[in-house]
Each structure stands twice: as C-alpha cells, then as structure tokens.
Design a protein around this ligand. Structure first.
Ligand code: DG2
Length: 247
C-alpha cells in the first residue's frame, strides 16, 4: 500500500480577486498562508508525514508545500518540481476577471472554458503581459511544448509523463508522497486515479489547502474512490465555493 497526498495550494492573491490565473505566478495571500498552516496541522494530526514532495514551478504551490513541510517538520525531504504539474494554462483568459467574463460571454461559454474537457480558451499572445513565452524557468522547454492555452485533456497529456516517470516510482518505493499543485492539474490527476469519465470530471472541483489522501493498492488503484479529505466538512463548503466562482 502507498499513500498519496494531493494538495491544492492555499488561496492565492488572484483567487481572492477572482481572476483567471493559469500560469501567471501569483503568490499566496494571507488566507492562503493560513490554509497551508492548517493543512500541515491536519497532516500532523493524521500522522501523515511526507517522505518526498512534488510541486509545480509556480510560487503558490511551492510556498504552500514549504509551509506544510515546515509545519510537519519535514522541511528536509527531497523535493521535485516540474512544469508538468503547473496549473492548466488559461490562454487569453489569464488575468481576466471571472465575474466580468461570465457577464460578457454568458454562462454556457464561461463554463465551457472553465470546465469542458476538450475546449481550450483562445490562445494567449506571446507579447501579452500575462504570457510566459519569455519566462526563464521554461527556457529549456521546446517551444512546441510551451502552452499558449490548454483544456483539461491537454493538461492530462502533459501531466501523465511526470506521473509515470517521477511520482509512480516514489509510490512503488512505498514512500508517502505529497503532490502540491493546482485546481485543474489536480483535477486531471484525480480523473486518472479514479478513472473518471470526461463527463464526470466536469463536476469535479478541488478546494484550496485541504489535503486529499489516497491509499493506493499494489496496482496504484485507490482503495477508496475519490480519496478522503482530512477535513470533509470544510472541503464540502469550499468545493461549492469553487464551483460557484464568477457568480
Ligand atoms: C485557478 C483555477 O487555478 O480556476 O487558474 O484561475 O488552482 O492555480 O488557483 P489555481 C485559475 P478555475 O478553473 O477553478 O476557474
């Protein structure tokens, strides 16, 4: 049996402002720092101490994992980071207000961009202020791999090689693995773990800062479908809030 802990970063400055974020590298806000600290307490209380940490290349996930590891006295464990765990690239929506986008384009288009499995938002121009085309952290990435927009299917495609190459070996070594990432990169991972259909994943929302724990069998199949949030009541309320964002 292996243990996988999934954690969406704490509330970010742009979650608070209700802006589409994607690959824009915003920081946690005060609430997010607090959530990360609470996440650490939940893990410590459950006796879940990570042996290895995986994060995206984005500050909100990196800081969250650092706060959590510090909080459980595991600041010394190996850390691996990859762009493949980054948030879904939100294309031309990056930096846009969710409520204003909903009002401008209507419910159907808004939800198609946010939650459809295979319809990406329009691409972001390389000279846009919220583009990552010149970001040095992606300099080694071949240009054709650097996204300008992504749908969830694209995220799954680019995330799975990292899952198989980097996370699975840690799980097969029976390490307790912490993956700190994002609303949509975690939705893609949960879709894979739980074998969710393209239709079912539309309704899946992941709250910030609440650890979601999967016990995996020898074939890395979840023993409990959907895993278990360490604070189920708080998760339920926060999931509803994510679902209603923009309204
Ligand atoms: C949010 C997800 O990503 O937004 O990119 O705006 O997890 O990094 O805060 P995160 C964003 P929704 O898809 O839930 O609108």
């Amino acid at each position: 049996m292996s243990t996988l802990i999934l954690l969406r970063h704490g509330h970010s400055e742009w979650n608070a402002k209700n802006l589409f974020t994607g690959w824009v590298d915003v920081d946690l806000n005060e609430q997010g720092v607090e959530e990360a600290g609470k996440g650490a307490t939940m893990l410590a209380d459950a006796g879940l101490l990570p042996d290895v940490s995986h994060t995206s290349l984005l500050r909100r996930a990196i800081r969250t994992s650092q706060i959590v590891l510090d909080g459980v006295d595991r600041h010394w464990i190996p850390v691996k980071r990859s762009w493949r765990l980054n948030e879904r690239h939100y294309g031309a929506l990056q930096g846009k207000d969710k409520k204003a986008t909903l009002e401008q384009y209507g419910e159907e288009q808004f939800m198609t961009w946010r939650r459809s499995y295979d319809v990406p938002p329009p691409p972001l121009a390389d000279d846009d202020e919220f583009s990552q085309a010149e970001d040095p952290r992606y300099a080694a990435l071949p240009d054709e791999l650097l996204p300008r927009t992504e749908c969830l299917a694209d995220v799954l495609d680019r995330m799975l090689p990292y899952w198989y190459d980097s996370i699975v070996p840690d799980l097969l070594d029976h390490r307790t693995v912490l993956v700190t990432a994002h609303g949509n990169s975690l939705r893609a991972l949960v879709k894979h773990l739980d074998g969710l259909s393209e239709e079912a994943v539309v309704g899946l929302n992941i709250p910030t800062g609440i650890p979601l724990v999967y016990d995996l069998d020898a074939d890395l199949k979840p023993t409990v479908k959907g895993g278990q949030y360490l604070d189920p009541a708080a998760a339920e309320a926060a999931i509803a809030a994510v679902a209603n964002q923009g309204r």
